[in-house]
Each structure stands twice: as C-alpha cells, then as structure tokens.
Design a protein. Structure first.
Ligand code: AMP
Ligand code: MN
Ligand code: MN
Ligand code: MN
Length: 281
C-alpha cells in the first residue's frame, strides 16, 4: 500500500494576508512533511510562481486561489484548486477583485475615523506593500498604532462582521466565481462552510445553490475543529454529493488551530478532490 500523502489545500502567503513569503511557506511545509501544498491567497495568484521556484524537495505545489464572493449579500469564500494561472479571464477578474479590495480598504478606514480613530489607510497600504490588501492589514495598522493588541482584537472591536467598520465590498457573485474557476480548469471548493455563522437552513440553502451552480467540493477540514463540526460537514458532503478538500487555512506560524498539513482522516464514504488534482501535476 502506498504511504498516505499529507496534503494541505488552503494556505496564505505575503501575496495576501499571510505572514510568510511563498519561499518561507514552502520551507515550512517541507519541515512539516507536507507532500502536496496548494497556495490559495485571497484574490491573487502572485505567490504561486515564487512558491514553485522555492521547492527543494519532492513537495508538489497545486496552484490555487481563494476568491471572495457574494451570496445573498453575504461574503462567501471559494477556493479554486488546480487553476491555470495563465488564464486571462481569471487574471482579469482577480484584478477587479483587487481593485474592490483597495476601494473597500479606503472605505473601512473612513468608517474607523468616524469611530474616533486616526486615518489608518496609509499605514495599512504601506503594511500591505505589493500584497493584495485586506482587513488583516488594517488590523495590523491598528496594532502598530497601539489601538489594539492583536489582529483578533481588531476584528472583535472594529473589523469583524456586525462591527462598526463593516462595509460592503464589490465582490463577484458566487455563481460567477464558480464559473470563473471552472473556465480556468480549476476545481471549485466552498471554503470553511461553518465559518459564515449561517443558520442550519441557510447553510443548506448555500450548499444547494453552490451545487446547482456546479460547485464541486466543500472543505471537510479547515484547520483544527471539533468532531461535531467534522460530522456536520461530512453530512453536508454526503447530502449534496460534494467531493471534499482539506486545508489548514494557514496564515502565520504559531497558530495552533491552523497548522500546516494538519487534518484528520477522511471518512471512507467521501471522495477527496486530490487524486484527480495529483494526476494533473
Ligand atoms: P478580508 O479578506 O479582507 O475580508 O479579510 C478576511 C481575513 O481576515 C480572513 O481571511 C482572515 O485571514 C482574517 N480574519 C477574519 N476574521 C478574523 C478574526 N476574528 N481574527 C483575526 N483575523 C481574522
Ligand atoms: Mn485571510
Ligand atoms: Mn476564507
Ligand atoms: Mn483562507
């Protein structure tokens, strides 16, 4: 029997809101004995080439992306795996998403000034540098200004859903995101389905819609989670006949819930996305 492969299909680099450069992420994955690593930065493909170049072992890199989408006025994340990074339609759409991020960042900063904070936009832009800007960069700017102690507190007080600085972003519609991934030869994966804090009914509606749109898989494991969460996700995958993906959603070292390559066994009743993806590498 072949040795089981250790896969991680959801990770971030400094191309978006991760703290490790693509090369440093690859080194960390190699130390963690990961066999197959997908780079899935938010709305950008920029980290992928550097990650591939940095490989100094048998580690295989799957080109990926985590695309922000709108479903019924909510933000939903869709991971695209095995995408063709030279696909011009995908590249053009991601450029629009990046512009939406820049516009949203400025709006969030403006909201924050109404909360009595200084204008954090210039600092956030500077922290993001060439990265695809997101709320974590605004959080980092708050930490730097001594307003909060860490990213978590920034989300809890200002940036999280339902908090004062929430603004709508001009993300693409979910159906369009699914189509975009497929036309770029990718596999579409509904990211961390339990992270959206939907009621049971709404979660089922999301899965039904995603399935009707042609969505292929859901994340069964998204970092460390409880047995009850795994059971709920297993049931969703069975009900809607989704394939399953697994990923740590790694952003930075030292985060015990999001360790590279960490996940639990896949129930025999489910079909993992990766055999087909590995065939293509
Ligand atoms: P954005 O992509 O700009 O909407 O920001 C979402 C990102 O913020 C997620 O991908 C996480 O990396 C991060 N994030 C979301 N919620 C929290 C939280 N409560 N604490 C710290 N980071 C968070
Ligand atoms: Mn993130
Ligand atoms: Mn996400
Ligand atoms: Mn993610």
């Amino acid at each position: 029997m072949p040795a089981p492969v250790c896969v991680d299909f959801h990770t971030h680099t400094t191309a978006s809101d991760g703290s490790l450069s693509p090369a440093a992420l690859v080194a960390a994955a190699e130390s963690a004995n990961v066999d197959v690593l997908a780079i899935t930065d938010h709305d950008t493909l920029r980290g992928i080439a550097a990650a591939k170049e940095a490989v100094g072992s048998d580690l295989k890199i799957v080109p990926g992306v985590e695309i922000s989408a709108i479903w019924r006025r909510r933000n939903i994340h869709v991971v695209g795996l095995g995408i063709d990074v030279s696909n011009n339609t995908l590249k053009a759409a991601l450029l629009q998403q990046q512009n939406a991020r820049i516009a949203r960042g400025a709006k969030i900063a403006k909201r924050l000034t109404k909360q009595g904070l200084p204008d954090l936009y210039p600092a956030a832009r500077q922290i993001a540098g060439t990265a695809c800007i997101g709320r974590p960069h605004l959080a980092d700017a708050m930490v730097k200004a001594g307003i909060v102690k860490d990213r978590r507190s920034a989300f809890r007080r200002y940036l999280g859903d339902g908090k004062p600085a929430v603004v709508r972003a001009a993300w693409a519609e979910l159906a369009d995101v699914v189509r975009l991934i497929h036309q770029a030869s990718g596999v579409s994966v509904l990211a961390h389905p339990l992270a959206y804090k939907l009621t049971r009914t709404k979660l089922h509606e999301l899965c039904r819609d995603f399935s009707d749109m042609g969505g292929q898989a859901i994340e069964l494991h998204s970092g460390r989670q409880t047995a009850a969460e795994t059971a709920a996700l297993t049931a969703l995958a069975e009900t809607y006949e989704f394939e399953v993906s697994v990923g740590s959603d790694f952003h930075q070292p030292g985060h015990s819930r999001h360790q590279l390559g960490h996940h639990y066994p896949i129930p025999a009743s489910l079909t993992p996305v990766w055999p087909a993806l590995l065939d293509r590498l």
